[in-house]
Design a binder for this molecule. Structure first.
Ligand SMILES: Nc1nc(=O)c2ncn([C@@H]3O[C@@H]4COP(=O)(O)O[C@H]5[C@@H](O)[C@H](n6cnc7c(N)ncnc76)O[C@@H]5COP(=O)(O)O[C@@H]3[C@@H]4O)c2[nH]1
Lengths: 191, 191
């Protein structure tokens, strides 16, 4: 089914590439975040990649649009990997700042699970399978989340470097929740 | 099924982003190739992105390893698109040179269909679904190819900018075919 196919694709085609400490001159996400802390003089509550999984599939291009307390900080340095004929393909993540209070800011490496945006685009274009996907949207997201969580937990080189944030991004009356507040709640377990 | 899911993902999450001429300052693949021709003083037989779809799913990291007549030329300039929380995500393709004869070289923008590499990794890691995928490998690749071809043909902004090369990459006695020779045959229709 589409949900677990996307989870496999995201895991093998992305998380397994960017997360692990490899013991080569290519860095894993934890080292890249630690270098960033040292160079920028900032402190992260967690050195993990946080992946947002919104129930509605809606993944805005950048996260500051989704919250009154989120600001773009900057991109982390890229890693490059030759893969399937593309020479030195670039992989980089984005750091956001979340304003916890007037004085306190949280730095976090954060992004949406891109396959969900792709699913959103498929449904929007109303192609042949789009109607099936539309009807089963919620099951697909749930299947994506559960499969991805299992794949991560079964991989010792990845599981401690990534946190999945599965959340309902709409309130009961269809309003958007503040994504910054959702992430802060998850960061609280690291304080 | 996995094959068409991957085709939808590859089409909506990649080809629809990199192929079309957008009429904005972000270039489509044809303009990027034409700029490259002008700057490097070379001529391409075709300004399309060529996508290799090998029946065995085997997608080596770079293509010069697969052929005695293929050389890496260089990467095309990247395009950057903010997508699903990743700020200015980088998309770039690779140009290869294929030696047609002592004196004649073909320049071509070429890569493997990345989702097939993911399928290969799934099977290799022997995860829960891996056995089903192994048994149905050939049907999956065929379904991927047929679905992708339909999606491309139905999109006027994409169909003239991409050519799919679906091929059996093993000979009858299990040897690897020369991928350069396979691509040259496809380029012949542009001469
Ligand atoms: N050749 C090639 N060059 C690219 O730049 C590229 N970008 C995507 N794809 C392929 O298109 C399809 C849709 O991509 P999507 O972004 O939804 O999923 C992607 C995305 O969620 C994640 N991912 C991969 N690379 C990155 C990246 N650089 N930044 C963030 N996420 C990434 O992991 C999934 C699987 O990636 P690939 O297994 O490389 O193949 C993808 C996929 O089959 C590409 N294929």
């Amino acid at each position: 089914d589409y949900g677990s196919a996307m989870a496999y694709s995201f895991f093998h085609g992305y998380l397994q590439i960017v997360l692990p400490h490899k013991g080569t001159d290519q860095k894993g996400i934890q080292e890249i975040i630690r270098d960033f802390e040292a160079q920028q003089g900032v402190v992260f509550s967690s050195h993990k990649l946080f992946v947002l999984i919104p129930l509605s599939l809606h993944c805005p291009a950048t996260i500051e649009q989704t919250s009154s307390i989120v600001e773009l900080a900057q991109n982390l340095p890229e890693i490059t990997v030759s893969r399937a004929g593309v020479c030195k393909r670039s992989y980089k993540s984005t750091v956001y700042k979340i304003r916890r209070s007037q004085t306190e800011k949280e730095y976090v490496c954060l992004e949406y699970a891109t396959p969900l945006q792709t699913l959103f685009d498929i449904i929007k274009h109303r192609t042949e399978h789009a109607n099936d996907y539309e009807l089963h949207k919620r099951e697909l997201v749930l299947q994506f989340y559960l499969t991805l969580r299992t794949l991560l937990n079964n991989d010792p080189d990845c599981k401690d470097h990534c946190e999945l944030i599965f959340f309902d991004d709409k309130t009961d009356n269809g309003q958007d929740v503040d994504v910054g507040e959702v992430v802060l709640e998850h960061l609280n377990s690291y304080k």
